[in-house]
Design a protein. Sequence first.
Length: 249
Amino acid sequence: MLGNLWIRHRVTWRSTFISSVLQPTLYLLALGLTLGAHIRPGPNTWGQPYAVYLVPGILVTRAVQNAVGESTYPLLDGFRWTRTYWAAVSSPLEPVDLLNGQVLWVAVQVLESAVAFLVIAAVFGVVTGPGVVLSLFFAMLTGLAVAVPVMAFVASLEREGPWFTVLSRFVILPMTLAAGTYFPVSQLPGWLQPVAWVTPVWHGNELAREAAFGGLNVATLSVHTGYLLLFLAAGYAMARRRFTRRLRF
């Protein structure tokens, strides 16, 4: 399964380059290095220049968006259009093998694009130190924590209808905009802050910034990582059940 996805990626990687690497780079240039030049470092930016503050947040949000992108149309394609999943389970492969391959592939895709973005950020001089490498792991974990429940949802669909648009516009986009990526959650209205706190993106942003800026400790690592792992485990259990039910002959 993973080998098949890699072969397809070798042919189609140019079509995903814009969304996975170029687009976050443009965000960094427009918001971090242009607008951010007018923002003074302070408590709201963790004492960092705004462009530096922005890098871990962009890592996390783009990881989520890339992971969800790989878990919607490509997944439904395997079930409904090309029906490659049905061909696969006619072999000794089990539905759970297909799910595991898809999850691993999303992790590889997220890590690949995140490393490329981080290299570009380092060229622009907005990477603070080696701690940001650990942010890559937290970005990948956050992406999977969101994407695997999406896989469970997609495995239950017969056709996409409006569902992918609804997911993108009313779940993923608001979550990435208002969960501490571009400004602290404390700047939100009081009633909206708890909503941001329960999103996986907020926990990922906190972990990525603490790793990048040297503020990581056992307590915050345990709370935020535990929350993301709980999200991932619950999503995996649902996705495994959905894959098995749908692909069982």
